[in-house]
Design a protein around this ligand. Structure first.
Ligand SMILES: [Zn+2]
Ligand SMILES: [Zn+2]
Length: 913
């Protein structure tokens, strides 16, 4: 009986005493052995089921596969049991059915993704119980209860619902146990009942990381074959979760799964005769030493192996004595010695194997790192070109293809590939690729290298030519550029420390606040000192990244007339604003800072202080449903007011109906209330309402795209294009409003509010250049990623967003919706950037500048991070901290690529018009 997210203190702590009296009785006085089993991160269901059944340590990629698990091919207890002709029945989490297809003679899987439901998932399992317990036609029954985990996700471990669920589970355990006992009276052979959890739950109620609460789970073995305990014993020993596979295999008389790193839980065989005990220990030790031989070339020198050989020799002596029937005392003493020796050997072997399992494919990692480095160098080298006012980014990829250097590089790399792949012993992903693919990668690496070399040569040549020109007097940096540059560098450096990754939101909150203060400084100087100290220059180019040839700025100034829209404005900046607007401009940084402070207290995030109470918890608790409803309704009205201004009439109507639909959807699934509703009795999945909103989202996106195409094909109509872009933007806002939990709707409101304020009072009057505006958008996008309550921890991904409007799990839309809901902050800010730049500036270069800056500012930390993780792969926190962050960054790169494609498409239409 597996109870999802059963934490150790739910059984062994005060909650257990209160809500699970029967289990507590069994633990304290019954014929049982209890342990605290430690789960290894990632503490996600699917890898944990694998660990329980195979005894091996699954890799991190299993977190991703957790969403859609393929059949388990590795040797495991279930497959062995099936091969031995055991009849198995399974009820519960569908993952098991996917992992072990055709293994069960009877099964009923429930999908684990409707996190909002915590009664039906369990009733689905329990309803079979009465029938199946009466039947005697099975050998193994597996039950996986999901309700507790779902309660954790909805309302956390201190919710009153937990107690109800625990007593429900206790009753079920009692039912199973009494039925097994009565069956034993007829059959006379003992049964084994195992109660365990797959992982715990953190103080916020989710799981995935490696805090004590998530890692420690109870493991209770109950069988009348065990001796009854004399009295009250409650200090469960800590063991590994992987130990269960070996114990179950021995208990069922099956071979131990070959990749299992666990050691037999000795108390479970303590009651057997010494001869059997030694036999079982020997089986386990042989299996572990075999695994060691396969994985470690120098296995003979391992202390565990030596201990095992020693134990085997002693065991031989013991058998000789046993057969000679020598005095029982000598035999007993030797037996105890052999047993101790075996147990030591098992412990050492198991420990060194758990360390060995993390093997790295160095060659493939090296190839990837080299490619990332080359792309990064190329990006950095093309800064001067890309940010000049001509805004051309030419990657000289074709000319080097035919150069001599390219062919030489290609030959050398291919030779290296052949040597590495023929000499490598362990399996390597890159060597496993087909020759065509590997050849393609070689071509890419050599071509990129040649491009880098030629770009370097070009820069050198032009640098020599241009250095004669005196530096332009205006080419010094503004304070804002310094803030941006230092902030970016600081953020990249901070990624080297695990705590800075766990608490990365603090870095972004700090950077955004600093940015606001820098803007404040700029506004005030502008207001009080007027034009004399006007810091802005007309060039909009390489500042912020200026270490390039200064003469380029001369050129960009020469091209400034390309921006008629900006230049035609009065040259003075804040003086264009009327009286009250000036005051508003001066107040705006403080308004933004206030918004950020409010948002910050909405969702506590990170790892260290995530359990602290925050506004989000207060709002989502069931006592404050009315407040949450008012807040959600107000937020939706605000969203409409802020977003509708620039849309066409049809989109306005669609937007209003869509937002109404969002409220109806939340009311249908029981998050919020209508004023005429007293309490939410009938909770549905809200399919109709959600699909209603989806239709409007698609409608608005379609209208927007249509306008864009019209502006491109029919006429160079600037206004139609702008409207089209804003419509696409508002379509995305509507989708985000649908997917965000109701207490998070203020995040969306504040995001729109800050964008409006910044546009009206800061970016337009102060005339920042495209590069600066891009970086500001990127920073705010990152900060909003954390304001939403996200963190660099897998546990904060809200998978329920992937099921809005879906009946069952459909992979593509579910993954898309979850990704959009998670990265809504960065995506909305990026699309605001596109709309803003194309509506405010008519020049073509602004967008391509922005695109380049966006790609650069995203890829810089990501590539730095990839290189860093490669070098830190033996770090203690590699699985719990660095890898999840890498996963997020990988997702971020994909999204950045999509955004850049969007940018480029817009740029094309811009150039045409
Ligand atoms: Zn689970
Ligand atoms: Zn869960």
């Amino acid at each position: 009986m597996l109870i999802d997210a059963l934490r150790d203190d739910f059984v062994f702590g005060s909650k257990g005493v209160k809500f699970m009296p029967y289990t507590t009785y069994l633990v304290e006085k019954g014929a049982s052995h209890s342990f605290v089993a430690e789960a290894k991160p990632p503490t996600v269901t699917m890898p944990r089921i694998k660990a329980l059944m195979t005894g091996s340590l699954p890799g991190f990629i299993d977190v991703v596969r957790n969403l859609n698990s393929p059949a388990l091919l590795e040797d495991n207890v279930i497959t062995q049991a099936k091969a031995a002709g055991k009849r198995m029945i399974f009820y519960g989490d569908e993952t098991w059915v996917k992992l072990f297809p055709q293994h069960f003679v009877e099964y009923d899987g429930t999908t684990s993704f409707f996190v909002s439901d915590y009664t039906e998932v369990d009733d689905n399992v329990t309803r079979h119980l009465d029938k199946v317990l009466k039947r005697g036609d099975w050998d193994v029954l597996i039950l996986h209860y999901l309700g507790l985990d779902h309660i954790g996700h909805i309302s956390g471990p201190s919710s009153p619902l937990i107690g109800h669920k625990l007593s429900e589970m206790d009753n079920i355990l009692m039912k199973i146990h009494t039925s097994l006992l009565s069956e034993e009276r007829e059959n006379l052979s003992p049964n084994l009942l195992v109660l365990c959890g797959d992982h715990g739950m953190s103080e916020t109620g989710s799981h995935g990381a490696s805090s004590m609460e998530e890692v420690n789970t109870p493991l209770i073995l109950i069988s009348s074959a065990f001796e009854r305990k004399p009295g009250d014993i409650r200090h469960p020993k800590h063991v590994q979760q992987t130990d269960l596979a070996a114990t179950l295999a021995i208990g069922l008389g099956l071979p131990i799964p070959e990749n299992s790193v666990g050691s037999l839980l000795f108390p479970s065989i303590e009651g057997r005769p010494v001869r059997e005990q030694l036999r079982f220990l020997h089986l386990n030790a042989v299996q572990l030493s075999k695994l060691l031989q396969e994985n470690v070339p120098s296995y003979k020198k391992e202390p565990g192996f030596e201990q095992f050989k020693m134990a085997e020799r002693l065991h031989g002596n013991w058998i000789r004595l046993y057969l000679e029937e020598s005095t029982s005392e000598v035999l007993f003493n030797l037996g105890t010695k052999v047993r101790r020796q075996y147990l030591d050997a098992l412990r050492t072997l198991s420990l060194s194997l758990s360390r060995q399992v993390a093997q790295y494919d160095i060659y493939s990692m090296l190839v990837g790192t080299v490619m990332v480095l080359e792309v990064l160098t190329l990006l950095l080298l093309s800064i001067p070109q890309a940010l000049s006012s001509k805004a051309e980014l030419e990657v000289p990829l074709w000319s080097p293809v035919f150069s001599l250097l390219f062919y030489l590089m290609f030959l050398v790399l291919s030779a290296l590939h052949v040597i590495v792949c023929t000499s490598a012993e362990s399996s390597c992903y890159f060597c496993g690729l087909s020759w065509l693919m590997a050849g393609g990668v070689m071509v890419l690496i050599s071509a990129l290298l040649c491009a880098v070399v030629s770009a370097l040569a070009k820069m050198f040549a032009s640098g020599k030519l241009l250095s004669k020109n005196p530096a332009h007097p205006n080419s010094r940096w503004s304070e804002l550029d310094v803030v941006i540059l230092l902030g970016t560098m600081g953020h990249v450096l901070s990624l080297g420390a695990s705590s800075f990754i766990e608490e990365e939101h603090q870095t972004w909150y700090f950077l955004v606040n600093t940015l606001c203060l820098a803007l404040c400084h700029e506004i005030y100087r502008n207001c009080f000192l007027g034009n004399d100290c006007e810091p802005r220059r007309c060039s909009h180019g390489e500042r912020g990244f200026v270490n390039t040839a200064p003469a380029l700025q001369d050129r960009s100034i020469g091209h400034d007339e390309l921006e008629p829209h900006r230049v035609s404005k009065s040259p003075t900046s804040l003086n264009t604003l009327r009286g009250w607007e000036k005051w508003m401009a001066m107040a705006s940084p403080w308004v933004i800072l206030t918004c950020c402070r409010l948002l910050r207290s909405l969702n506590q995030t990170g790892v260290q202080w995530a359990h602290r109470p925050d506004l989000g918890h207060w709002l989502t608790s069931s006592d404050h449903k009315a407040e949450l409803s008012v807040l959600a309704a107000l937020s939706l009205i605000m969203i409409f007011a802020l977003v509708q201004r620039r849309c066409s009439l049809t989109s306005k109507v669609a937007m209003a109906l869509g937002l109404l639909g969002v409220y109806c959807y939340r009311a249908a699934i029981g998050n919020v209330l209508f004023p005429w509703q007293r309490d939410s009795k009938d909770i549905s999945k809200g399919l109709i309402e959600a699909r209603f909103v989806h239709v409007f989202v698609l409608g608005i996106l379609f209208t927007g795209t249509k306008d864009l195409l019209k502006s491109q094909v029919i006429a160079a109509d600037f206004t139609i294009k702008t409207v089209g872009l804003w419509e696409i933007y508002s379509g995305l806002v509507l989708l985000a409003a649908l997917l965000f939990r109701p207490h998070n709707l203020p995040v969306l409101v504040f995001s729109l509010l800050i964008q409006t304020i910044m546009t009206k009072f800061i970016w337009k009057p102060l005339r920042h250049d495209a590069a600066e505006i891009t970086v500001m958008h990127y920073w705010f996008g990152q900060a909003f990623f954390y304001f939403q309550g996200n963190s660099n921890n897998i546990a904060t991904v809200d998978i329920s967003a992937g099921f809005v409007g879906l009946d069952t799990y459909v992979e593509v839309p579910a993954v898309f919706l979850t990704a959009f809901a998670t990265f809504a902050g960065p995506v909305l800010w990026a699309s605001h950037l596109v709309s803003f730049l194309s509506s405010e500036t008519s020049s073509g270069s602004a967008l391509s500048h922005a695109c380049f800056c966006y790609a650069l500012i995203c890829s810089f930390p990501v590539s730095a991070y990839i290189i860093l993780v490669t070098s830190l792969r033996y770090h203690l926190f590699i699985w719990s901290v660095f890898s999840p962050k890498l996963l997020y960054e990988g997702m971020h790169i994909l999204i950045t690529a999509a955004i850049c494609v969007f940018f480029t498409a817009m740029d094309q239409t811009n150039t045409k018009s």
